[in-house]
Design a protein around this ligand. Structure first.
Ligand code: 26M
Length: 819
């Protein structure tokens, strides 16, 4: 047998020939005149030849191993650019760089040509991408299932400070070089129609769904390349098309255009990623997307299972399905339907399989984000699935009755169907009732899932509710994005750490070593310079790298409290102008965030920050002490240059609202100190780095609940804190904007008259205080650098490799592929 090495065999001459071949034959370009973009595409295609071969090899190894796989179901995979990262995983970065140089180009320039595949909104989608990377790195058999959106998350730009959105054609005209179609895996999916009964030859009663519409699922695979292990696992994305022949009857009637109607409708299904984040809207097209995803993916899993020679009854022995939030929940009734109606299993046999296959991850407690679908809508689109949901609910209610006889209140709470004006299906309840494991994404969040969201389910199904703390891949979020720091670390502790992040702890011993401190600080400085150069070139703002780079990068949402950050900036502005004794170390406040297009207040906050930025950046009275930069179009590739440049990481959500956060982990890993509330994974970051190396402020979860139940009144804070009053009043006196004050007064109104739902005012004073500590401590560079080193050293727990091992050991029960 051929021995599999750690890294890919490589022949430079044939690689260069392959690049040229793709340039000419795939992209129809002349060698002499082709642009950087076409060279990047050709390099990508030449590399994809290697990964596609390895993908097929890995597929065979999994089939031979006769072992369990996990199928990660997610409506979002925010993978970011693949080429640079894949070169690292293949262990070919240096060699390809050399080959590209010989072809007359700089590899780094070509890598800049790649668009981010933005097939996700934020944390949830990025988590799915990190998990795929860690599954591959540790060679756990796995498939990621998602949608092949034609347009990813909108591109953001600012027009006079206002967010405007453009479609994101991430594949451009040429297609994405890393993806490969798998026509033999294409599927058909039904929708609408009715359900009928029939009796089989043995006198058994069955139900049959007769869909009125059929869609086709086109399978595209993206390679997830294992870190220096040569295994490649698929991220399988489904594109929706109308099946050909489309409407033959109409076609033959001569209605050629009418015959294509269905094609146009089918083309809509995977046209666009919904840009919501932590907010449910209940649109039919979204449910169609969800079902289309689940039907294709379930069918694919069953095909693979049968093709590998297994019985349908052994499905749960070989397959686990992880639901990334409730978005793919319809997979549960879909698998029941297939087992009952297509494979003619009894309910009990089908349920025995289904209830051992699915596990569900909860990512939020926000009520507005908990998905419900109207019973009427599901009944119309998926009539058979609604019947199955009713039956699951009926059996659940029987269990509830047995445990709490006669208790209708608990029945109402746990029921999958919410009673009311129009009856709604609660997807989270369906998940908890049908899966064998439910997990929250950080220790605190998982406790709140048990205590506040599902206490009765926790009693009914003891042990089902668990925790798996999130993580991030150290390959992209340290090795790739911060090459200088990575080299320094490797010099000290060897090169194994990207696959064993807990080893970073060994650099803690250098935290007080003057020479190491100097080198660490020098690298931070250079990373700040790299970002400052980017800002100068793209935004025409000059930044001083001696200033504190204070970073808040995440979706724009009230609960994340970018407006608390803004109020602090206004307080500094106020003090600089009005208090002659006030001194501060220069600061640059860096924001990047997209607002959901329909979220008016979030857009107002963006506008307000932009206007404040315009003013403070150009106000000579401030002596350059205060700068504000709102970087447009936040995306993975931008995070890769901001994160290594950060001194301070803003993680300031209202306690209890941020399930985990993962940007907090990326920033700490790259040596930024966190200013944060006791929320999500901040709690665990504090545990790891120690109280001296993090700035914690604000109300705790229990304080928040107590204050709210006592009747929170933001006015009392406003009246009693003169700095807060001065800062809020700056929102209302045309200081920053003479043309459109509505945005500013909307924010002020939300905080004062709107009841300040996220307790911004209640946390303001403590937040300002924590920032004062940062200012003081930054001035002692020796101490500061020591703390940043300790942050990098002590956050090894937050490798997504560890998260994946937690899933594997406690939920999926997989074994890694043999070497
Ligand atoms: C809902 C309905 C319609 C369309 C889209 C949605 C939707 C999309 C994304 C709802 C929520 C979405 O993502 C939520 C999210 O990103 N949650 C974050 O998950 C991270 C990973 O676990 C956590 O770290 C964050 O704390 C959590 O906010």
């Amino acid at each position: 047998m051929k021995k599999r090495g750690q890294t890919q065999q490589f022949d430079k001459a044939s690689f260069k020939a392959s690049v040229k071949k793709h340039l000419v034959t795939t992209y129809a370009q002349n060698i002499e005149t082709a642009s950087d973009k076409h060279w990047y595409l050709a390099v990508g295609k030449a590399l994809a030849e290697i990964s596609t071969g390895n993908l097929l090899e890995t597929e065979k190894r999994i089939a031979n191993a006769q072992t369990r796989s996990v199928n990660y179901f997610s409506l979002e995979f925010l993978i970011g650019r693949l080429t640079g990262n894949n070169l690292i995983s293949l262990g070919l970065y240096e060699q390809i760089s050399e080959a590209v140089t010989e072809l007359g180009f700089q590899l780094t320039d070509l890598l800049e040509q790649e668009r981010d595949p933005a097939l996700g909104n934020g944390g949830l989608g990025r988590l799915a991408a990190c998990f795929m990377d860690s599954l591959a790195a540790q060679e756990f058999p796995s498939v990621g299932y998602g949608l092949h959106y034609q347009y990813g998350l909108f591109q953001q730009s600012f027009l006079n400070g206002h967010q405007i959105e453009f479609p994101d054609a991430w594949r451009e005209a040429e297609g994405y070089p890393w993806e490969v179609q798998r026509p033999e895996l294409n599927q058909f999916v039904g929708l609408y129609g009715d359900v009928s009964s029939y009796t089989d030859d043995e006198g058994q009663q069955h139900r049959r769904w007769n869909p009125a519409v059929t869609l086709q699922g086109i399978a595209w695979d993206l390679p997830i390349i294992g870190y220096q292990n040569q295994s490649v696992f698929p991220l399988r994305l489904w594109e929706c098309r109308a099946p050909v022949p489309f409407n033959l009857a109409k076609f033959n009637d001569g209605d050629y255009v009418g015959a294509q109607q269905t094609q146009i409708a089918a083309g809509n299904v995977t046209k666009i990623l919904y840009p919501n984040d932590n907010h449910d809207q209940g649109k039919v097209l979204r449910l169609t997307q969800q079902y289309f995803h689940c039907a294709c993916s379930i069918a694919d899993i069953i095909c693979r299972h049968l093709k590998n020679g297994h019985e349908i009854n052994s499905l749960s022995k070989f397959e686990a399905i992880q639901l990334n939030d409730t978005h793919p929940t319809i997979a549960i009734p879909e698998l029941m339907r297939v087992l009952l109606d297509d494979h003619q299993l009894s309910w009990d046999d089908a349920w025995a399989i289904v209830s051992k296959i699915f596990a569900y991850t909860n990512h939020t407690l926000l009520p507005e984000a908990l998905e419900t679908w109207s019973e009427a809508l599901i009944g119309e689109l998926l009539p058979r699935h609604l019947e199955i949901i009713f039956e699951i609910n009926h059996r659940l209610m029987v269990q509830v009755e047995a445990k709490w006889p006669g208790n209708n209140e608990i029945k109402r709470k746990l029921s999958i169907i919410a009673e009311g004006q129009s009856r709604m299906v609660r997807m989270a309840n369906l998940c908890v009732a049908s899966t064998y494991a439910v997990n929250g994404v950080a220790a605190l969040h998982s406790e709140l899932v048990k205590r506040d969201l599902f206490p009765e389910f926790d009693e009914l199904f003891p042990g089902r509710l668990q925790n798996v703390t999130n993580g991030i891949t150290p390959r992209r979020w340290l090795k790739y994005c911060n090459p200088q720091l990575s080299a320094l670390i490797s010099e000290k502790i060897g090169t194994e750490w990207p696959a064993h992040l807990e080893q970073l702890e060994a650099i803690a011993q250098f935290a007080t070593n003057t020479q190491f401190q100097q080198r660490f600080a020098e690298i931070k400085k250079q990373n700040k310079q790299r970002f400052a150069d980017w800002v100068a070139e793209n935004l025409d703002i000059e930044l001083d790298t001696n200033a504190i780079f204070d970073v808040q990068i995440k979706r724009l949402h009230e609960y994340k409290r970018q407006h608390l950050n803004l109020l602090h900036i206004l307080s500094l502005y106020h003090r600089l102008l009005n208090d002659p004794t006030f001194d501060m170390h220069p600061r640059v406040f860096i924001f990047a965030a997209k607002a959901a297009p329909g979220y008016a207040l979030a857009k107002d906050i963006i506008y307000a920050i932009n206007k404040v930025a315009d003013k403070v950046n150009n106000d000579p009275r401030l002596n350059g002490k205060l700068k504000v930069v709102f970087v447009p179009d936040y995306r993975v590739s931008l995070a890769e240059i901001i994160i290594p440049a950060a001194d301070v990481s803003e993680q300031i959500s209202t306690a209890g609202k941020e399930a985990s956060g993962t940007g907090n982990m990326k920033l700490a890993l790259n040596g930024a100190l966190t200013i944060g509330t006791m929320d999500g994974a901040n709690v665990e970051i504090r545990e790891e780095v120690g109280d001296d190396n993090i700035f914690i402020f604000g109300l705790l979860v229990d304080d928040v609940e107590k204050l709210k139940s006592e009747g929170y009144n933001p006015h009392t804070y406003y009246e009693q804190d003169s700095l807060l009053k001065a800062s809020i009043d700056l929102l209302d006196n045309n200081e920053f904007d003479a043309t459109d004050c509505a945005a500013f007064s909307n924010i002020r109104h939300n905080l004062l008259e709107g009841g300040d739902p996220y307790l911004v005012l209640a946390d303001f004073a403590d937040y300002v205080n924590a920032h004062n500590c940062i200012d003081a401590e930054y001035r002692d560079q020796t101490q500061w650098v020591k703390k940043t080193i300790l942050n990098t050293a002590l956050v090894g727990k937050f490798s997504s490799d560890r998260s994946i091992r937690d899933y594997v050991n406690n939920i999926w029960h997989l074994t890694a592929l043999p070497k």
